[in-house]
Design a protein around this ligand. Sequence first.
Ligand code: ADP
Length: 398
Amino acid sequence: MKILVINAGSSSLKYQLIDMETEEVLAKGLCERIGIDGHLKHSPLVGGKPVFNEDISLPTHSEAIAAVIDKLTSAEYGVVSSMSEIDAVGHRVVHGGEKFASSVRIDDAVMAAIEECTPFAPLHNPANITGINACKAVMGDVPMVAVFDTAFHQTMPDKAYMYAVPYEYYQNDGIRRYGFHGTSHRYVSSRCAELMGKPIEELKLISCHMGNGSSICAIDGGRCVDTSMGFTPLVGLPMGTRCGDLDAGVIQFLMNKYGYSIDEMLNILNKKSGVLGVSGVSSDFRDLDDAAAKGNDRARLALDMFHYWVAKVAGSYVAAMNGVDAIIFTAGVGENSKDTRAAIGGYFGYLGVTIDPVANSKRGEDVMISTPDSKVKVFVIPTNEELVIARDTRDIIS
Ligand code: ADP
């Protein structure tokens, strides 16, 4: 069985074609600048075919999907002989609200429900819907499945997901913590249980997804019990460009003082804040590491704040779960920055954690980076959201 995994953004579309017999990625790629001009990078990963990396006209997502199918099936760049070899499509959908606690096969009712969640994710859900519709237009009645970023967090208890604002905003408007990166937290936590050789039902885990966007998730017995992102992905940790937790009074103060509109204010908090805003250097942790090494105090401060917040939120989840068996680092920063892991690991002495510098220097593999005698284990586990989407799609259509 071969499954196409699609992650559609407003002007981009990422894809992977996965052979489910071996879970091997046959090809992957990215369409960019959809609706502007268009660019496709298509990388076949089997059969020794060349990479296609060119500007092509992509007026809408339909042309993008058509171009992807064309490349996947072409003699020169292809990895399958025809579209009929693609058994199903799994779509990443950002927001499933309270309607979706797991992945589902897409039909008209599901499309309507995803549409109803759009006010919660006004930039992301419409792009996901466009991607699904484009796939339907190009691929006809190939079965399709939606996998939601929010679904894994639907097991949170009400004491964790409620905001302390008048209750009617929850009842009438759905104002609550939803959480994001659920597919990633789900993947690394189940992989961690495999690596520990224990049933996930017996484990208390803390997953730290640290990329451009970052969130932490407390997973007790395989179920999410708390997470740091909220109603939107803006809160929790300071991120590449997002502010993380912030007193709402700051928003009022700055809007009054500088005359910002709410859109301008949110643009600052989403795009110009986080480690970029504090350092004035970059949102990329590699640039911050370089600048800090050269003595840039604000780059150092931005990094210190990030480490402190990860440690502080993770510590609050130790309290929430009354213990922890393992802590997981994943995503761009978590998988690649040994200095970040060592700095955060330094806060976990009270848990009996010692980071092993040799193990912590490894890259690109699942690895335990705590010393064997550490009471709480620390792992680096490269995330694989596409594989979760493909597996869910296979399970649902089979
Ligand atoms: P996204 O949230 O967009 O999926 P990723 O998980 O791919 O992001 O993470 C991207 C981030 O990973 C980059 O912005 C960069 O800060 C960080 N990163 C990648 N490689 C390294 C590295 N070697 N050292 C430190 N940070 C890195």
